[in-house]
Design a binder for this molecule. Structure first.
Ligand code: HAM
Length: 453
């Protein structure tokens, strides 16, 4: 019989067995972020709807189609956060962080919510790890951000990912580029999806970000092999006419400051040996970006291939009513990272108990107290059902413990317990007084590492 309740569509439970890989990935990421000098920030899972509408952009998919918007019992217009950057900037302003130091390096980890059609790598509740630098417009900040981005992937064992980069300039350069796009798409316009036709008027850059299959083919592939025979001749002709003019590139529309910024970022990345590819179609799906934009993809994930992305957003804090405060950052989709790691067969770090404590009839209470004592420094397990010795041995086998402690009545009287090495079967009495030292030495590990393998 199917259970009465299931996790809501597009959400899932992360169960023991799977969660260990998440914890491992999060731990690795924390280490990298700490060494880079970023400090954690936690913001609410829901905010005023207006915060996201104003920053992500009214014409973005996130606002138009994917927002979990709701009214609370007090009639407030709220939304589950679809992303973290707007919340970080809101918190930065609300708590006057700008007055407490010029540059702030922040990171966050948590669930985000977008009402998309669930598919491989796309969930309605998904996890992001993100980082932001607020307070400097220097190209060095973009370079550090991208280096951090790449180093996080490296810490998870992705060696071969190239970073796609572009510059989305300023609102002025985007306006000029938008006009060029409108003209370029002219011949093929009737064949664009209804959404893209509308956006060609309101926000032409969004057309490049369309997830509609035909829109994507028109922009990324062009005339040629992809044109199925059954395509109408008029459509083929329109695409051919569109492509008779060169595709406009945003980089050609940058003002001189943005252009110098772009050159400095590329030079900085190249000095660090970071592999990048310029992607002229990379415009990002949110409206707050200025200048540098970047993404990393893993094609093996199929349609939802973006593992992470980010960029500069120099106007965002001002949009929220704050003083001019440049910013740059990224977020990485942890669900997709974990999916990619699983597909690569990255071994799962297991966390079995290091030591199993078995009791005799007369030492139940002593064994229970001993387990509690050992758990202050290492992973220990026991049979809380107080079963016979045979059942305890089976439980010890299942626990994966490398060492077995047998709390025998006579040995306990003498101040000893029997230590058995599960691997080679050897056993010896060891004094209870110095047990922790003996166990840690036998495990060949320091206390905090005992759970790792
Ligand atoms: P974003 O590109 O919208 O950027 O999302 C970042 C990453 O979140 C994506 O590359 C993807 O891996 C993951 N992601 C997005 N939607 C889903 C979904 N429905 N299911 C699973 N994973 C998903 C941002 O969110 C910006 N806040 C990044 C940023 C920070 N820009 C500047 N600072």
């Amino acid at each position: 019989m199917a259970p009465k309740h299931q996790a809501p569509r597009g959400t899932r439970d992360l169960l023991p067995g799977e969660i260990e890989r998440w914890q491992w990935a999060e731990d690795r990421a924390r280490g990298v972020l700490e060494r880079y000098g970023y400090r954690e920030i936690r913001t609410p899972l829901f905010e005023d709807y207006e915060l996201f509408a104003r920053t992500s952009g009214e014409s973005s998919d996130v606002v138009q189609k994917e927002m979990y918007r709701f009214k609370d019992l007090g009639g407030r217009d709220l939304a589950l956060r679809p992303e973290g950057t707007a919340s970080v900037c809101r918190a930065y302003l609300e708590h006057g962080l700008g007055g407490r130091g010029r540059i702030h390096r922040l990171w966050y980890l948590g669930p985000m919510f977008r009402y998309g059609r669930p598919q491989k790598g796309r969930f309605r509740q998904f996890w992001q790890i993100g980082a932001e630098i607020l307070g400097t417009g220097a190209p060095g900040a973009d370079v550090e951000m991208i280096a951090l981005f790449v180093d996080l992937f490296a810490a998870w064992g992705f060696g071969e990912l190239a970073v796609l980069v572009n510059s989305v300039g300023t609102p002025d350069s985007r306006r000029a580029y938008g006009d060029a796009l409108r003209e370029w798409f002219g011949p093929v316009r009737p064949w664009l999806s209804p959404d893209s036709q509308r956006r060609l008027e309101t926000n032409p850059l969004r057309v490049l970000d369309s997830k509609d299959a035909r829109d994507m083919l028109i922009w990324s592939v062009g005339p040629g092999a992809w044109l199925a025979d059954e395509e109408e001749d008029a459509f083929k002709l329109a695409v051919t006419r569109t492509y008779s003019k060169p595709k406009p590139h945003l980089l050609d529309f940058l003002d001189s400051n943005s252009s110098a910024h772009w050159d400095a970022v590329l030079a900085g990345l190249s000095a660090l040996g970071i592999a990048t590819e310029i992607d002229h179609g990379l415009v990002r799906g949110l409206d707050y970006y200025t200048r540098t934009a970047f993404e990393v993809h893993d094609r093996s994930l199929g349609a939802q291939s973006a593992l992470g992305g980010g960029g500069r957003y120099d106007g965002l804090v001002e949009t929220l009513g704050g003083p001019p405060t440049p910013g740059v950052g990224f977020s990485i989709g942890l669900d997709r990272v974990l999916l990619a790691l699983e597909q690569r067969g990255t071994p799962l770090p297991a966390g079995p108990a290091a030591v199993f404590v078995a009791a005799m009839e007369g030492t139940r209470a002593e064994a229970a107290a001993l387990v509690r004592r050992l758990r202050r420094v290492l992973a220990a397990d026991w049979d809380m059902e107080e079963r016979g010795f045979g059942a305890q041995m089976k439980a010890a086998g299942k626990s994966g413990a490398r060492l077995l402690l047998i709390v025998g009545e006579e040995e306990w009287e003498r101040g000893d317990v029997v230590l058995k090495d599960v691997g080679d079967g050897s056993q010896r009495p060891v004094p209870v007084a110095t047990l922790e030292d003996v166990l840690l030495e036998a495990l060949g590990t320091r206390p905090t590492e005992t759970r790792a393998r």
